[in-house]
Design a protein around this ligand. Structure first.
Ligand code: FE2
Length: 350
């Protein structure tokens, strides 16, 4: 570790200690990679010097680094909000723009790192994943770059109000009682109140915190809005939110495979969720790569042989073994798009 003046700071250097503002607020966390906008921010706060690691980071655009930084940024923001502090979303905004830049280049660049999380930090990981999924949807819907950046930030902040929900309710390892669920629902209102007061946050971003649990048929909460009355950003985040919640491990339930989550979203497309968003999103996200091993509901174990271009959740598979019963002596093919009795229920090396 070495101490350098802000003028000596270079892009790609890694912070070795947290940097605080003159009044003791965390400005940039340890581990963050310096970008030109961070140097600018340090100067604005009249900070003369910081500690950095001896070695420069190999590459600061690697998706794992960006993912980790986004996790830290949202965690810091949410924890400070918990103590009632007014928080500055500057760092989160900068990092989310890095994610968007990567996704604009190649939409599935982050897909292999979403969904892995420890249950204790669920809300933070969930926020990062939802923002990645939302940015992907934004790109698929051909929104312009500024809109995708705003959408991704809105998605990152969508569950901010959960900071105001008692820990026992938020992390209850069982189904919530009616009373507890009513309390949980308030995270939308709390979130909106906090997010709209943040620096440089538009109403379009803040209202996602309020409206991401609204459903097309009016069965959502808190305002029971219907159809197009629900703004586009909130409709996008609703899909990203539900998909991520279903496919990740939670305190009270195990994750389900992407195809099951896809079935759920498809079933409620046009009822709860925007149909166009669901279709575009699933086409992009849920796929079983050729060569991966899957388990079918029949107990058959198969290798994904070929993708079905029109139905990526139902590839052509080659059955090679059975969990129980007689061994498969001669492997055989099954086209899952033509066989509605068979389902993929697990992925062995997804
Ligand atoms: Fe939520």
């Amino acid at each position: 570790m070495k101490k350098v003046t802000v003028d000596q700071l270079e892009e790609g250097m890694k912070l070795a200690r947290d940097v605080f503002t003159e009044n003791g607020k965390l400005l940039l966390p340890e581990g963050f990679i310096i970008k030109p906008s961070f140097i600018q921010k340090l100067k604005e706060h009249n900070i003369d010097s910081v500690y950095v690691e001896d070695e420069k980071a190999e590459s600061y655009i690697k998706e794992e680094v960006i993912y980790h930084e986004t996790f830290v940024a949202i965690q810091d923001l949410m924890l400070s909000a918990k103590t009632g502090e007014i928080v500055d979303p500057f760092v989160a905004k900068e990092i989310i723009n890095d994610i968007v830049a990567q996704i604009i280049e190649e939409e599935d660049v982050f897909l292999r790192i979403v969904g892995f999380r420890d249950v204790d930090n669920y809300t933070y990981f969930h926020s990062v994943d939802v923002s990645i999924f939302a940015a992907i949807i934004g790109k698929l819907l051909e929104l312009d770059r500024k809109q995708i950046e705003d959408l991704a930030l809105a998605a990152l902040l969508h569950d901010f109000g959960k900071m105001k929900i008692p820990h026992e309710i938020l992390n209850k390892p069982a189904k919530l009682s009616d009373e507890e669920f009513e309390e949980m629902k308030k995270h939308t209102i709390y979130g909106y109140q906090i997010v709209k007061n943040m620096d440089g946050i538009s109403e379009q971003i803040a209202e996602v915190a309020l409206l991401h649990h609204e459903r097309l048929d009016g069965s959502g909460y808190p305002l029971k809005l219907k159809g197009d009355k629900i703004p586009l950003f909130a409709r996008i985040v609703a899909v990203a939110d539900v998909y991520d919640a279903l496919t990740a491990d939670r305190v009270y339930k195990k994750k389900i495979v992407p195809t099951k989550a896809a079935d759920y979203l498809t079933k409620y497309a046009g009822i709860h969720f925007d149909k166009d968003i669901v279709q575009k999103f699933l086409k992009m996200v849920v796929k079983y790569p050729v060569g991966c091993f899957v388990v079918l509901n029949t107990g058959e174990i198969a290798i994904v042989y070929e993708e079905n271009p029109f139905n990526k959740t139902r590839p052509i598979v080659k059955v090679v073994a059975r969990k129980e019963g007689p061994p498969v002596l001669i492997p055989y093919f099954v086209d899952l798009s033509q066989d509605n009795k068979r389902e993929i229920i697990d992925v062995i090396n997804y």
